[in-house]
Design a protein around this ligand. Sequence first.
Ligand code: NAP
Length: 248
Amino acid sequence: MSEQKSEQKAKIALVTGGNRGIGLEICRQLAEEGCMVILGSRVPVRGIEAVASLKNAGYENVRYLHLDINDPETHIAAYDTIEKDYGRLDILINNAAVSIDGTHKVNTVPLSIIRDTFEANFFNLISLTQLLLPLVQKSPAGRIVNHSSILGSLTYHSMPDSPIKQAKAFAYNASKTALNAFTVHLAQLLQGTSVKVNSAHPGNVRSDMNPGGELSAEEGAKTAVELALLADDDPTGGFFYREHILPW
Ligand code: NAP
């Protein structure tokens, strides 16, 4: 089969923030599953190097795409490239995020930090998703995975013996709560169509964002990859960590 024909048959997957951490491992696992993986990266050299590392590991079905969540021009260019080369998008993994609270608590965190966090983790993620949605709707089985966090769970934060009571980075946590709201609303809008929208929590994963994490990126990528490859009778509009349903 020619390379172009096999790409048309493979699921086309875009992963934002695919150049490192859990995002890079999601790219690897989707490539392993036979997807044509578009690895989004805001800094070209990082994306190009990440794709080279995957190709060196034997994954040919990966390509780089310049995609800065905070730069709308790169959103439009991404739409144009995917539209022109594939005509559809089967999987969108909204993985890119920032965590910039530092040591601030909710009573001191500057609004600028809250705004910058929401720009990347919420507003611009929504704007990219809205733009790409028509391409996802052209897929016979579109899957949108919002990489959220258990730290966005208001239910857990409200529990007296909360397992996340030490994790109070307000701007980051609230951005993930808001992202979960986007998941619920978008999934409900698309109910009964071929598109599923879910939130994923990867676990407590070692990465630049979370150097003290317990799990490997390989473990951390699994939830998002499973949600990306859901069957038609699987759920939409949920919040998952592996097989566990998490409370909003
Ligand atoms: P990470 O290692 O810090 O990676 C973050 C990725 O996001 C990087 O590729 C980064 O690109 C990208 N990014 C940041 N701002 C961007 C922008 N404006 N445009 C495009 N890409 C941008 O974090 P991670 O631990 O792998 O986290 C991945 C996802 O899992 C995030 O959504 C995070 O909130 C979520 N999560 C992680 C954990 C955990 O324990 N690690 C737990 C719960 C949820 P650059 O290299 O260019 O900065």
